[in-house]
Design a protein around this ligand. Structure first.
Ligand code: PXG
Length: 464
């Protein structure tokens, strides 16, 4: 039986999916009616569903398909590796060529002084690893009380117990008694939503200095690390004010706390350079990677560890009692290597930096002219628009937060555009290979969907 071609009707598939598939971040009632969208094929920046409808995927899947869909070289790399060595582990003093080559390639490619990679199959696992890594680091140095990790509200670091605790999503904390002990959260640098009467520069400094205040409150001797995304992705593409990262770097250095930069979304070109750390000139102690590492073609992630940290483990750490069956999976590693080869040889990220990021920026920022848009912001290939019925005063809609965003998202789907919402913000993160005519199409579809959404919100009396 061939599980890839699909002889079933959309209704049959939706019915089975509703009965037997428990989905992430989806209410079961929505799966009953209207049912799941069944995506069947993809090429470049476009997806097709089981009804033959085409969508421009302005989210690159879930922020991950950086090289675009349909690259046969990655399928061939997986096929070759599966025939040669489909699986072997990296525990108990064993290794294999693809993971060795990938670790070396990454050590050379990553910014700062990254020396070693601890592999996982996802960003969540990698961030769980990071919690143990930083505590193990301080224990190895004879400072076992340095256990607390400071993170930020509205950050996203994954869905496992540890990584969701690092994350600052209240709805996630509410399910499952999170966060786990010794993790706390400071405010985010979200100027549009929380900056009030500050200038963006002053606001950036004020929010960064909350880290210093938190360190004083907890006591430096108890703080292990600070974790942050260069730009918050799932939180709504929160691009920090220019003053934010320099101040964070100053504080981490002053108090000797480890800096974990979660690059799960930002790495591999998303911010317009190879890494978010390049965009913001950050040299982290630990960096989380996943998603764009394989462009989503295989599940793979990792914790990249700087020379400073890995030297401590090499000298004092002994065995790290931690690992996943699929740490450094040979097929995932082979696919990641092929993805990195294509990103480099086809100069995909250089093209974003030199050409397409400025093109998309000029087009995307035109959306700020729309009556429903309070702000349009973009860095590299990640952007957001803030929806408001009164753009000058940022007034909310006459509906619970997120209602207008959800309605707009559904209109986008109906009109062949995949653009996600975070409350009443619409966000994009298209494949990095998107060309100028596809960018034109994206922005004109977005404009059309905003028109339709505005009309619907007015008809429903939600436009205050
Ligand atoms: N860190 C960051 C910054 C992420 O964005 C993770 C860690 C976790 O990675 P894994 O591979 O375990 O999912 C993420 C994941 C969304 C959305 O709707 C975002 C993510 C995942 C799923 C949905 O924006 N980011």
């Amino acid at each position: 039986m061939n599980y890839i071609s699909n002889p079933k009707s959309t209704e049959e598939l939706q019915d089975i999916d509703f009965k037997h598939h428990f989905h992430p971040f989806t209410a079961t009632s929505d799966l009953k009616d209207p049912g799941a969208r069944i995506i069947t094929r993809a090429e470049g920046v476009y997806l097709n569903d089981s009804e033959g409808k085409r969508y421009l995927d302005a989210m690159a899947g879930l922020w991950c398909v950086n090289i675009g869909y349909g690259r046969k070289e990655l399928a061939e790399a997986a096929y070759r590796q599966m025939k040669e060595l489909p699986y072997y582990n990296t525990f108990f003093q064993t290794s294999h060529p693809p993971v060795i080559e990938l670790a070396e390639t990454l050590a050379k490619l990553l910014p700062g002084n990254m020396k070693k990679i601890f592999f996982s199959s996802s960003g969540s696992e990698a961030n769980d690893t990071n919690i143990r890594l930083v505590r193990h680091y301080w224990q190895s140095l004879g400072k076992p009380n340095k256990t607390t990790i400071i993170s930020r509200k509205n950050s996203y670091h994954g869905s496992s117990v540890g990584s969701a605790s690092l994350g600052g999503m209240q709805a996630m904390h509410a399910q499952g008694c999170l966060p786990i002990p010794d993790i706390c959260h400071i405010n985010q640098p979200y100027w549009y939503g929380e900056g009030n009467y500050y200038s963006s520069e002053d606001f950036g400094l004020a929010r960064a200095r909350e880290l210093e205040e938190k360190i004083h409150e907890i006591g430096e001797e108890k703080v292990a690390a600070f974790i942050a995304e260069p730009i918050q992705g799932a939180g709504g593409v929160i691009i920090p004010p220019k003053t934010y990262w320099p101040e964070i770097k100053r504080i981490c250095k002053k108090y000797e706390i480890l800096l974990i930069v979660d690059e799960v979304i930002c790495a591999f070109g998303r911010t317009g350079k190879w890494f978010g750390c390049d965009t913001y000139d950050i040299a982290p102690d630990i960096m989380t990677i996943a998603k764009g590492l394989s462009s989503g073609y295989q599940p793979i992630g990792g914790s990249a560890i700087s020379e400073k940290v890995s030297n401590v483990f090499d000298d004092l750490g002994g065995e790290f009692s931690h690992g996943y069956t699929y740490s450094g999976h040979p097929v995932a590693a082979a696919v990641a290597l092929e993805n990195l080869r294509i990103l480099k040889e086809e100069k995909i990220i250089e093209n974003v930096e030199k050409n397409s990021s400025s093109y998309i920026k000029s087009k995307w920022e035109e959306l700020a002219e729309h009556s429903m848009v309070g702000e349009a912001r973009i860095q590299g290939m990640m952007g957001a628009i803030e929806l408001s019925p009164d753009k000058n005063n940022k007034t909310p809609f006459r509906a619970p937060p997120g209602t207008a965003g959800l309605k707009t998202r559904e209109i986008c789907f109906e009109n062949g555009l995949i653009m996600r919402h975070v409350y009443d913000r619409m966000i994009i993160s298209p494949p990095l290979i998107i060309n100028e005519s596809e960018i034109d199409e994206l922005v004109s579809l977005a404009w059309k969907c905003l028109d339709l959404s505005m009309k619907q919100l007015k008809q429903e009396g939600l436009w205050s």
